[in-house]
Design a protein around this ligand. Sequence first.
Ligand SMILES: [Zn+2]
Length: 562
Amino acid sequence: MPDGPATPTPLEGVTSLYRRFRPGRFAELRGQDHVVRALRGAVANGRVSHAYLFSGPRGTGKTTSARILAKALNCESPVDGDACTVCASCVAITRGSSLDVIELDAASNNGVDDVRDIVAGAWHGTPGSWKVYIVDEVHQLSKAASAALLKTLEEPPAHVVFVLATTDPHKVLPTIRSRTQHLEFRLFPAETLASLLKDVSRAADLATDEATLEAAVRLGRGSARDALSALDQLVATGAVAEARPTFDDLLEGIVLSDAVSTLTALATLVGEGWDPEQLAESLAGEVRQVFLLQVAPRVADAVDADRARLVGWGERLGLARTVRVLETVGRAIREMKSAPDKVVILEVALVRLVRPELDATYEALEERLVRLERELRAAPAPTAPDTRSRRPIGQGAVTIPPVSEPEPPATVEPSPSPSTEAGGEDVPTLDDVRTRFAERVVPRTSRAAQLILRSARVQAVEGSVLTIAVASEEMRQNTEMITQGLRGALEHEFKRGFSVRWSVDPSLVAAPPPTRAPRGASAPIRDEEVHDTGDDDAEVVVVDSAAEHLITEMFPGAEEIS
Ligand SMILES: [Zn+2]
């Protein structure tokens, strides 16, 4: 809406801001330009589909757009495919009294009879006018109802348009989806919501200050409906501070890994009257912003006042833990849907978060790793620097025969005689390969790969074939997905291609990074150290490909090698 607020409806003063300032025509619809372009163009050119699928989060304008489409189609004096909003037809549709627009909320009327009823009506249209059927939450239709709908979509009556709206397009039958033109609605960026709220409060003559508007934008989380109802409430109660749960205490508890203070913070929030599910969702929303501000600040839609605070939490939580909070809370939200005692689910989830040792998931291991790294970074430098790691590397030129037996852990192989001119081909020695593997190759791989490779050991170099042993069969099965990245890292280091053969050597111990011997942050982990950590921390790392994918995405700094 470039100029002026949306057309106020005749219900002014009685209904919520969201209803009152619902856009009445395409020109007033904000933030969904691609949708508006498609629909206006279709109306103007007389090429309207018989069925549309509008998908997107709640409050992003799906049903509003469907009604505007109905208006534009039936308008007595349309302008460039847009409704005039003042003709008899437009007014009737705005009022909800038009017979040309039939709305069905599939969430409450999901049976086959409901669909048959509306579908039967589709055949008796008013001559010359378009009938628009809006089925909201279409994914909730029963199977039989979906089948009835599909039948109609297969042979749609002329002058009938179905607009199927859903927050979850993947749950819509593929056969239905394929008969529709799919338009996706997106969450509104914070600036769009801010300007919407500003215009609405000006038009409604509301006394609002910046802080109130910002709070409403925040509460809206990308949804125009939520932002406007938040504004409603804020104006009515004058309460800004109480309008949203504050998670600072809870996040503090998570940062400190303090189960008691985390649960106390949760109890306080529940005591303030927040519904556990709503709390979990708000927490997920807030942590999502913390996450985005870390990985893609431009995508984050935190309002300025909140930004610094959320960036601060990102720094304190770190990326790995932020991801884990998101995933754990997300899982809790799903579990809560069907659980009788929802707060318990949330409590258990939070305890898992602060006590990762209780949690055997991949992310928990990842987080332990990061935590250990931090501790090590904070620890004093090793007193006796290991000269072996300073040994000049990369000068060998002798082919080393394959080694069949694993080496005793702390053995350092004697350096091979320096460069001979063996055919000019620069073949690194096994010792060389081992050192460079640990010091340069492994750190270049993804973090998930590092979990496996830190306890791995180069067993042999035969020509261009590298044999690498891992600690268990289970780990070996996970090597497939890290091989490509590893080969890239090897090639980068050795300037030549290697193929990798994997073997299992149970004498290797799969463990998170060593906890015993403090070392400098960037000091590589050598085989020897890994062997030393054969202790109760040892754990078989199971990496699934989803986690691998997630982690490589999360840590672009770890150099994506392909
Ligand atoms: Zn009109």
